[in-house]
Design a protein around this ligand. Structure first.
Ligand code: RET
Length: 247
């Protein structure tokens, strides 16, 4: 059953758009007069993440990011491909955020980002394929890539972080746990959702992805940009009265 139009799930796409925009505006206002170059870098990356997601959600809300896939068994599914365009850019940026925080080498950053991009591209392949067994094969490949990303994050990036100061270590640990918990749910959502077994309909799946996306992007940004690891950068100016009041 499909009519290739945004239906009830549009409410979640609208909420997702608003959530991402609010997050972006909050980060922008908070980072407006940040001077420290390192701190600025975290702001730029995190604002970009929210901005890309807002654009992607808006496109899905208007039905632009939606397509139909006709499987060989006759089943027709509605697929929001715009998610993958979003994730292809935002997941590397999230890893860049946490990798720079940890002080990981450029080489390690390049490695983890490459595996991550592979994860998203194979996930998109799984989503667009017409033969069910091929879909599950690519889902498996993508999930294995995700396990590598998470392993790399914990072990390799974690090792870099263990040499950082206490504040940085604490923030790294929190953000790493956010990633471990949130990211691991995505392949499960795909599997139980319309792309996979269809146990959850498009309405429930869109809601689930919206919650995950807001947590993994805006929640992540909140924790990062409010942390002493970022705010307390070496050359950070003494906090203004306004900032002190906000804390
Ligand atoms: C797919 C489908 C195939 C299997 C796997 C997936 C993983 C997706 C992930 C997405 C993370 C998105 C984030 C967005 C930020 O808001 C592509 C769903 C493993 C991990 C963090």
């Amino acid at each position: 059953m499909s009519s290739l139009g945004v239906e009830g799930e549009g409410i979640w796409l609208a909420l997702g758009t608003i959530g991402m925009l609010l997050g972006m505006v909050y980060f922008m206002s908070k980072g407006w007069d940040v001077q420290d170059p390192r701190e600025k870098e975290f702001y730029v990356i995190t604002i970009l993440i929210a901005g890309i997601a807002a654009a992607s959600y808006l496109s899905m809300f208007f039905g632009f990011g939606l397509t139909e896939v006709e499987l060989v068994n006759g089943r027709v599914i509605d697929v929001y491909w715009a998610r993958y365009a979003d994730w292809l850019f935002t997941t590397p940026l999230l890893l860049l955020d946490i990798g720079l925080l940890a002080g990981a080498s450029n080489r390690d950053l390049a490695s983890i980002i490459t595996i991550d991009a592979f994860m998203i591209v194979t996930g998109l392949a799984a989503t667009l394929m017409k033969v069910p067994v091929a879909r599950y094969a690519f889902w498996t490949i993508s999930t294995i890539a995700m396990l590598f990303v998470l392993y790399y994050l914990v072990v390799v990036v974690g090792e870099a972080a263990s040499e950082a100061d206490e504040d940085t270590q604490a923030t790294f640990n929190t953000l790493r746990n956010v990633i471990l918990v949130a990211w691991a749910v995505y392949p499960v959502a795909w599997l139980v959702g319309t792309e996979g077994l269809g146990l959850v309909g498009l309405f429930g799946e869109t809601l689930l992805f919206m919650i995950l996306d807001l947590f993994a992007k805006i929640g992540f940004g909140f924790i990062l940009l409010r942390s002493r690891a970022v705010v307390g950068s070496d050359s950070a100016p003494t906090p203004s009265a306004e900032e002190t009041a906000a804390d």
